[in-house]
Design a protein around this ligand. Structure first.
Ligand code: ADP
Ligand code: MG
Length: 925
C-alpha cells in the first residue's frame, strides 16, 4: 500500500490504474469514481488507518474499452504497470514488492489506440497562450495580457500532425471549433478568460490547467528543433515568441503524459489568418459544415461529400473543409488535380481500389514511436508502403503523354519512400496477418531468421517428444486413459483417472512416476524424462520468444529511421484518397469546377444545396431539387468569364447587386437558398467542385451565417440576445470581401423593433461593410429599401396560389413577396380550419387599417369574439366541434385570445401549449 500511496500522490488529478497481475485495480476515491462511471462492482480490500479500502478492478485485456468510457466521462487516467516479473521480485525475498511505475497518463488529447479514437477524425491537443507579445520570453505565460492575439499550438499525437498559429481574440472560438481539439491546455488565468472559456465551451473541449511557467518560448524553440532534428526552424515559417511559448507548453505536456517517450512529430504547419477563409464558430454550426447542429456527423456538408476510403483520407477532407483557402493559385492547384482525376475515370477507380485495404500509416507509426505498437502496426506500415507503391505506378502510367498536374506529381514523388528496402524487409519478416500484441510472438515469418527457425523446431520437436512419451507410458503401464497434460501451474504432468492410478503408486512403476497432486477424479504424476523434456521445450520457446522480440525491435528501429519519409508517404496517401474522393463525388453528383478570382463578384448559375439535394433524392419517390441562380457583386453579370455559353443568359432576369433581400412565405425555400450559396463558397475555396451549372466567385475572406431566433435555451441566453450578439459580431468584422448570410434577423422581438433593427442592419451592411449579402426576411416592408439603396435588389421565392391553397415552386425570381401566406402555410401544417378561418378574418381587418396594428379594442368592435365565432356553424370546421354549440365563451377560447405570439419566448410558447392542452382536456370532461 505504501507503494500505491506514493505513486498516487505523484499523479494528482488522475485515476490510478494500478497493475496487479491480470487486472488494473483502483483504490479509495478512485475506486468509487470509476465504479460509478463504469457501472462496475465496488468491493473492499484490507484496511487503511482502520477503515475499509474501497476497490474495483478492470481486466487488463479489456482495459481499452474502460479507458474509453472514463476519458469520455472527462476523467484522466495514470496507467501504472509492473516493471518486473513478479518472480524476479520473489527472488529478492518473500516480502519484496514488485517494482511498479506509471508508464503513461491517458487524457482526451493524448490518445493513440485505434479503439479509443475515431478513424475519421483528428484528435488535437491544443496549447493556448494569451500573453504579452514579442519579448515575452521565458515564463511569460501566466499574465493575462491584453494581447489581441492568441497563439495556439496543436498536436495530434496519434499521427504527429503539428499545427501552429495565431488568431485575433475575436476569432478564437472559430479557430478552436475548426481545430476540433479534444483537449485544451492553458494556464489557470488563461482558462478563466471569458473569450477563451467561451471558445472552449463551443468546441466542447476538455481543459487541463498547466503551470504558466511551461509556456516558455525559448524552451519551446529548443525542443522543437531537437525533436525535428534541425538547427533552424526557418524552413517551416517564422514563428512568433507567443507561438513558440505555446509549442513549449505543448511539448512539455506531451513529455509529462508520455513519461518521456517521444511521439513522432511531422514538420509544423503554420496556419496564418491571411491564407484561410475565416469562419466563426456560430457560422460553422449554422452551416452544419462538419457536424449537424445536434452534434452528429449527419446531416452535414462533410457527410454529404465524404466519399473517402481510408480514415486518413477522411481526416484530410475534414481538415480541408474546415479551412477553406484564400489564395487563388493554391485553390487552383487542388482543382487541377481534382479535374484530372475527374476526367481520368480508370485512374480514379484504380487508385480507389488500391487504397481500399490500406491501413492507417500515421497512427501505426505514432504507436511504434511511443513504444505502444505491436506487430500489427509493423504490418500496417508494410501494407501502406505496398499501397503507396501501387499508387505511384498508377500515377506514373497515367502521366503518359500529357504529364500530371503539379499537385499529383508532387504526391507521386512523396509516395516513393526514401529507402526502398523497408517494405521488402517487412514483407519478408512478418506473417500475413500479424497479431495485435508482440508479447506472445508468432508474428515472424518462417525463413526470415535461421536462429529463430532453429529454436522453433526445437520447441515443436519437444512437443512431439511429449506426444511420443505419452504413447510409451500408455504401453508401459497398460493404462489406456493415461494422458500427458499441461497447465500453467504444474507445467507438464501425467494424469490418470483416480480408479486407474494404483499401479503407478506401487513398485515398480513408482520409481518412474512420482506423485504430484490428487484431484477429485484423477491423480497427477511427473517423471524425470517429463521434467527434462519440458525444460527443453520451455527454453526453446523462451529463446524463440526472445528472438522474436529482438526482431521486433530491429524492425521498429528500421521504421523509426525512416520517420520523416514515412510521414510524407502517410500525408500523400491521405491526399490521394481525398482528391480522388472529391473527384468521385463531383462525378456522381454532377458538380462543376468553380472559377475563382480576386474580384468581388459572385455568380452562381443553377446552384443546388448539396445536403438537401441528396436528402430529397433519398425520399420515397425521389423529389427533385430546384436549382437557383445567385448574382451578387457590383457590375453586371459578366457572362464572358463564365465560359462562352453563358448559362446565365438563360436564367431569370436577376439583378446583380451587393445585397439581395430574399422574401417569400415560410417553407418557400429561403433558408435553403441562402445556405446553398454559402456552402458553394466553402466547397469552391477548399478546392472542390460545386453543385451548380457554373460558378464564378471572387475570393471570400470571411464567411458569416446567422439565423434569427435560433434556440439557445440550453445555454440559458435569451434567443434575441444571442441573435444580437452575433449580428454585432458580423457588423464589426465583415469586410468588403466577405460573404454574409442573414436569415430572418430580428425575428426574436416585437414586430416593429425587429423590423427597425433589420432595416438598420441592411443599411449598415450596404453603406459601411459593403460586403456581399443575402438577407432573408419575412418583413415585406424591408423591400422598400431596395428602391432606396443602390446596391440592394429584391428577390422572392415563387409560389402559386390555387383555390386558396399554396404551391411552393422553390424558384428565385426578381421582385418582392406581396404577402406572407402565413395562413395558407398554417393550413398546410394542419391547424384546425376554425383557427385559420378566424385568422383570415383578422388579417382582412388588419389590412383594412392600412398595416397599422389594430388595437385590441378595435378588434373587439369589428369582429365577433373568437369564442362566439368558433361556435357559429359557418366557422366551425367540418366534422369538428360538434359538441360545442352553446355560445358561452369557453375558457379555451379566452386563453387562446389572450395569447400574443409575437411576445412569447420559445419556452413560454411551449408552456402555453401545455396549458391549452390541459384546458382542452378539462373542456372535454
Ligand atoms: P424557408 O426558409 O423559406 O421557410 P426552407 O429553406 O426552410 O424555407 O425550405 C423548406 C423546405 O422546402 C425544405 O426543407 C426543402 O425540403 C424544400 N426546398 C427548399 N428549397 C428547395 C429547392 N430549391 N428545391 C426543392 N425543394 C426545396
Ligand atoms: Mg427559413
Amino acid at each position: 500500500m505504501a507503494q500505491f500511496l506514493e505513486i498516487k500522490a505523484a499523479h494528482p488529478g488522475c485515476l490510478l490504474f494500478y497493475r496487479m497481475g491480470d487486472f488494473y485495480e483502483l483504490f479509495f476515491d478512485d475506486a468509487i469514481t470509476a465504479a460509478e462511471a463504469l457501472g462496475i462492482v465496488l468491493t473492499k480490500r484490507g484496511k487503511h488507518m482502520g477503515e475499509d479500502i474501497p476497490m474495483c478492478g478492470v481486466p487488463v485485456i479489456r482495459a481499452d474499452e474502460y479507458l474509453q468510457r472514463l476519458i469520455a466521462a472527462g476523467l484522466r487516467v495514470a496507467v501504472c504497470e509492473q516493471m518486473e516479473d513478479p518472480a524476479a521480485a520473489r527472488k529478492r525475498g518473500s516480502k519484496a514488492v514488485v517494482h511498479r511505475d506509471v508508464v503513461r497518463l491517458v487524457t482526451p488529447g493524448t490518445l493513440t489506440e485505434d479503439s479509443l479514437l475515431d478513424a475519421r477524425a483528428r484528435n488535437y491537443l491544443t496549447a493556448v497562450f494569451a500573453g504579452p507579445g514579442p519579448g515575452g520570453g521565458a515564463a511569460a505565460g501566466g499574465r493575462r495580457g491584453d494581447a489581441a492575439q492568441i497563439a495556439l499550438a496543436s498536436l495530434d499525437i496519434s499521427t504527429g500532425e503539428l499545427e501552429v498559429g495565431e488568431v485575433a481574440r475575436a476569432d478564437f472560438a472559430g479557430e478552436i471549433v475548426r481545430l476540433g481539439s479534444g483537449e485544451v491546455i492553458a494556464s489557470d488565468v488563461v482558462l478563466a478568460d471569458a473569450d477563451i472559456a467561451k471558445g472552449v465551451a463551443l468546441g466542447r473541449c476538455a481543459t487541463t490547467p498547466v503551470p504558466a511557467a511551461t509556456f516558455d518560448s525559448l524552451a519551446g524553440e529548443r525542443q522543437l528543433k531537437a525533436q525535428l532534428g534541425v538547427a533552424d526552424l526557418a524552413a517551416f515559417g517564422t514563428f512568433s515568441r507567443r507561438e513558440l511559448a505555446a509549442v513549449g507548453a505543448l511539448l512539455k505536456y506531451v513529455e509529462l503524459t508520455q513519461i518521456g517517450r517521444r511521439p513522432c512529430l511531422r514538420p509544423p504547419r503554420r496556419t496564418g489568418n491571411s491564407d484561410r477563409m475565416l469562419i466563426d464558430a456560430a457560422t460553422r454550426a449554422s452551416l452544419e459544415l462538419t457536424r449537424s447542429t445536434s452534434g452528429d456527423r449527419k446531416p452535414s456538408l462533410l457527410a454529404a461529400i465524404d466519399r473517402t476510403i481510408t480514415g486518413p483520407g477522411s481526416r484530410e477532407l475534414a481538415a480541408r473543409l474546415a479551412s477553406p483557402l484564400r489564395d487563388v493559385p493554391a485553390i487552383n492547384a487542388r482543382l487541377d488535380a481534382l479535374a484530372f482525376l475527374h476526367d481520368e475515370e480508370r485512374l480514379r477507380e484504380d487508385l480507389r481500389r488500391t487504397l481500399r485495404h490500406t491501413p492507417d500509416l500515421a497512427r501505426a507509426m505514432s504507436r511504434l514511436a511511443l513504444q505502444r505498437g505491436g506487430p500489427r502496426d509493423l504490418g500496417a506500415i508494410r501494407d501502406s508502403l505496398a499501397a503507396a507503391r501501387g499508387c505511384v505506378e498508377l500515377l506514373r502510367t497515367a502521366s503518359g503523354g500529357l504529364g500530371l498536374p503539379g499537385t499529383l506529381s508532387g504526391i507521386a514523388e512523396r509516395l516513393g519512400p526514401g529507402d526502398t528496402s523497408l517494405q521488402p524487409m517487412l514483407a519478408r519478416a512478418l506473417v500475413d496477418a500479424p497479431p495485435h500484441l508482440k508479447r506472445d510472438g508468432s508474428f515472424v515469418r518462417e525463413g526470415y531468421s535461421v536462429e529463430l527457425d532453429a529454436a522453433r523446431t526445437l520447441r515443436d520437436d519437444g512437443r512431439k517428444v511429449m506426444a511420443a512419451l505419452e504413447a510409451r507410458y500408455v504401453q508401459d503401464t497398460g493404462i489406456k486413459s493415461l494422458k500427458v497434460r499441461h497447465n500453467n501451474i504444474l507445467g507438464y504432468y501425467v494424469e490418470v483417472p483416480a480408479g486407474a492410478a494404483r499401479p503407478l503408486a506401487a513398485a515398480p512403476l513408482n520409481e518412474t512416476f512420482r506423485h504430484r497432486q490428487t484431484m477429485a477424479g484423477a491423480m497427477r504424476f511427473t517423471t524425470q524424462e517429463l521434467i527434462e523434456t519440458e525444460g527443453r521445450i520451455v527454453s526453446a520457446a523462451e529463446r524463440a520468444l526472445t528472438l522474436e522480440q529482438d526482431i521486433f525491435a530491429e524492425l521498429a528501429a528500421a521504421v523509426a529511421a525512416q520517420e520523416r519519409a514515412l510521414g510524407e508517404v502517410a500525408g500523400a496517401l491521405a491526399e490521394v484518397d481525398c482528391e480522388a474522393a472529391l473527384a468521385e463525388v463531383a462525378v456522381r453528383e454532377g458538380y462543376t469546377r468553380p472559377v475563382l478570382d480576386d474580384s468581388a463578384d459572385f455568380q452562381i448559375v443553377g446552384g443546388r444545396h448539396p445536403v438537401v439535394e441528396q436528402a430529397l433524392r433519398s425520399l420515397e419517390g425521389g423529389a427533385q431539387f430546384i436549382e437557383n441562380d445567385c448574382v451578387l457583386g457590383d457590375g453586371p453579370p459578366d457572362g464572358g468569364s463564365m465560359g462562352s455559353a453563358s448559362a446565365y443568359a438563360g436564367a431569370q432576369d436577376l439583378t446583380p447587386s451587393r445585397l439581395w433581400l430574399v422574401t417569400g412565405p415560410n417553407m418557400a425555400g429561403k433558408s435553403t437558398f441562402l445556405r446553398q450559396n454559402a456552402l458553394i463558397v466553402v466547397l469552391a475555396q477548399m478546392g472542390a467542385f460545386v453543385p451548380a451549372r457554373s460558378a464564378r466567385i471572387g475570393i471570400v475572406d470571411r464567411l458569416f451565417s446567422r439565423v434569427g431566433a435560433a434556440d439557445d435555451l440550453a445555454r440559458g441566453r435569451s434567443t434575441f440576445m444571442v441573435e444580437m450578439v452575433e449580428t454585432a459580431g458580423i457588423l464589426n468584422q465583415a469586410t468588403d470581401r466577405s460573404l454574409v448570410i442573414l436569415d430572418e434577423i430580428g425575428r426574436g422581438t416585437a414586430t416593429y423593433d425587429g423590423l427597425s433593427i433589420a432595416w438598420a442592419v441592411v443599411e449598415y451592411l450596404h453603406e459601411v461593410s459593403r460586403c456581399r449579402t443575402l438577407f432573408a426576411t419575412h418583413y415585406h416592408e424591408l423591400t422598400a429599401l431596395a428602391g432606396r439603396l443602390a446596391e440592394v435588389a429584391s428577390v422572392t421565392m415563387e409560389v402559386r396560389e390555387w383555390k386558396d391553397e399554396i404551391v411552393f415552386l422553390h424558384k428565385v425570381k426578381p421582385g418582392a413577396a406581396d404577402r406572407s401566406y402565413g395562413i395558407q402555410v398554417a393550413k398546410l401544417a394542419g391547424l384546425p380550419a376554425a383557427v385559420t378561418k378566424r385568422a383570415g378574418e383578422v388579417l382582412k381587418l388588419l389590412e383594412k387599417t392600412g398595416g397599422k396594428p389594430a388595437t385590441g379594442a378595435a378588434l373587439i368592435e369589428d369582429l365577433p369574439l373568437f369564442a362566439a365565432a368558433i361556435a357559429s356553424p359557418r366557422l366551425r370546421g367540418e366534422g369538428q366541434g360538434e359538441g360545442h354549440t352553446e355560445a358561452a365563451p369557453s375558457p379555451l377560447g379566452e386563453a387562446l385570445a389572450a395569447i400574443n405570439p409575437d411576445e412569447l419566448t420559445p419556452k413560454e410558447a411551449l408552456n402555453v401549449l401545455y396549458r391549452l392542452k390541459e384546458l382542452c382536456r378539462r373542456n372535454g370532461e
